[in-house]
Ligand binder design. Structure first.
Ligand code: MN
Length: 234
């Protein structure tokens, strides 16, 4: 059987530092591609491109991964920016076009952190621009990325319940979160301080997680299991 081709939407850095001669680069965290390969998928990195190219990129893949990164521009959910953090309009626009193409072509989407936030926005939801405005302390930095620092609970019958059980611990490197959930999604994981940590639309094969399985796939077996579910079942 052919290996499923998993497209990972890439990020860019205009200046990755002196080790790479301060040269603009395309990148994605190795955690995505290594984990996908380890569980039997073929990983394909998709560069930020013209929106018009999204359809053709999606036609080349079986499933789409939206990775972590910059804040989603709040203009896509009709708000003015209330934080000083960076956004990256070209990435937002291309990934929104990838989402649209994936929905049309009925290709599953696994969305991580920013990816989950963008997916919620793409389908009509909104975000908390800064969860510190929710008066909770949620970001774990500088605790190492492989360490799970907060509990989540999962909904019975959900994909996340199947992968992670009724409750588990996850890492937390986000300072934005879902506010209004897009109507087609179900909230299927949440933290004790009431942050939406996982969303699903099982009918359309959409799965979003607020934590980073890519940060811990080689340290925590359940995070590799999330990639196995992506490759084999989503
Ligand atoms: Mn969290």
């Amino acid at each position: 059987m052919a290996k499923p081709i998993i497209g990972v939407a890439a990020n860019e850095s205009q200046n990755p530092g002196t080790v790479l001669y301060e040269m603009p680069i395309l990148y994605t965290p190795l955690g995505y591609t290594k984990a996908i390969q380890e569980v039997g998928g073929l990983a394909m990195v998709l560069p930020i491109s013209e929106k018009a190219a999204a359809k053709e990129y999606v036609s080349q893949i079986d499933k789409l991964v939206l990775a972590g990164g910059q804040n989603v521009s709040p203009k896509f959910y009709g708000e003015a920016m209330t934080t000083a953090d960076s956004t990256f309009l070209a990435r937002d626009e291309f990934e929104l076009a990838l989402i649209e193409a994936a929905l049309l072509q009925k290709k599953p989407i696994f969305a991580v952190c920013r990816g989950m936030q963008l997916l919620n926005v793409a389908l009509g939801g909104t975000l908390h621009q800064d969860i510190s405005q929710m008066k909770i302390s949620h970001m774990q930095d500088p605790i190492p990325r492989q360490v799970a620092t907060h509990k989540i609970f999962t909904e019975k019958g959900s994909i996340l319940n199947h992968i992670y059980g009724d409750q588990t611990m996850v890492n937390s490197f986000h300072h934005q979160a879902v506010d209004h959930l897009a109507t087609n999604f179900k909230e299927t994981a949440w933290s004790p301080d009431d942050v939406i940590e996982g969303i699903e639309d099982q009918q359309q094969h959409l799965l979003g997680v607020q934590w980073h399985p890519d940060f811990a796939y080689d340290a925590l077996p359940q995070e590799l299991s999330a990639f196995r579910y992506l490759v084999e079942s989503l």
